[in-house]
Ligand binder design. Structure first.
Ligand code: MN
Length: 244
């Protein structure tokens, strides 16, 4: 009995942006979202580097500690971003958020830097698995503003941690996956404009991963679509018999 992911990624440039600086991967063992920063073309370059490095974990096969794999992939992505900047001053300042889930055997690892989120829908209830590395989240943590105020704060898109060539440790979590769990990874183009109740409803109402991702993108576009929007929807599935 081995677990795998049925996953799909849907991404849209949005209504006002001229390029899509988000990048994503949706495979049987790895899902990831990266939201590039630094403006075009730098943002796209950084998010693409990160996703390319992470996607290589898929090819290695699902063995060993998921967090070790994720940590070394983030370090490698960081190194490649630093090298790319060193080779081209126009890319100076580029970086990317990175949120990734890797399934190895019966363990699931999550690595997170930035403000692209991971959610888990289990038994119909939605739980957010990541905390935004943002200025407003730091204000919430300090008790300076409420979580409610953070959702409309003018500086809510300011991130304080990114994969940007400087030493960075992703926040890592390991979980025991269950068949039937549904994960969502998304860029802030979705979570900034669609509230969690509406996200949960879409995750419950659309069993097909791609149809669900398309629905989420549609909701973000309907809410203005001012940023690039990316949603990766993945269901934990298993071959063969699995005791309930
Ligand atoms: Mn964004």
């Amino acid at each position: 009995m081995s677990l795998f992911l049925r996953s799909a990624a849907v991404s849209d440039q949005g209504v006002t942006r001229e390029t899509n600086e988000d990048a994503a991967h949706a495979g049987p063992h790895l899902i990831a979202v990266a939201d590039g920063i630094g403006g075009s073309p730098a943002g796209e370059v950084a998010s693409e580097i990160a996703i390319k490095v992470l996607a290589a974990l898929e090819a290695e096969g699902p063995r060993g500690s998921p967090l070790e794999h994720l940590r070394s992939a983030v370090a490698e992505a960081n190194r490649r971003i630093r090298e790319a900047v060193a080779g081209n001053p126009q890319l100076d300042g580029m970086g990317t958020t990175l949120t990734a889930i890797l399934l190895t055997g019966r363990r699931l690892g999550l690595a997170h830097v930035g403000d692209s989120r991971a959610y888990l829908l289990r038994d119909g209830a939605l739980v957010r698995l990541t905390k935004d590395d943002t200025y407003v989240q730091a204000l919430v943590d300090r008790g300076a503003i409420s979580a409610e105020e953070a959702t409309t704060h003018p500086h809510r898109s300011v991130i304080i941690r990114a994969v940007q060539g400087e030493p960075i440790s992703p926040v890592c979590t390991v979980m025991r996956p269950r068949r039937g769990d549904r994960h969502l990874l998304c860029s802030d183009g979705l979570s900034d404009v669609v509230d969690e109740a509406a996200i949960a409803r879409a995750l419950r109402d659309y069993p097909d991963q791609r149809a669900c991702g398309e629905r989420l993108v549609e909701l973000a576009l309907a809410a203005g679509g001012r940023d690039n929007i990316t949603a990766v929807v993945a269901d934990v599935s298993g071959h063969g018999f699995w005791p309930p």
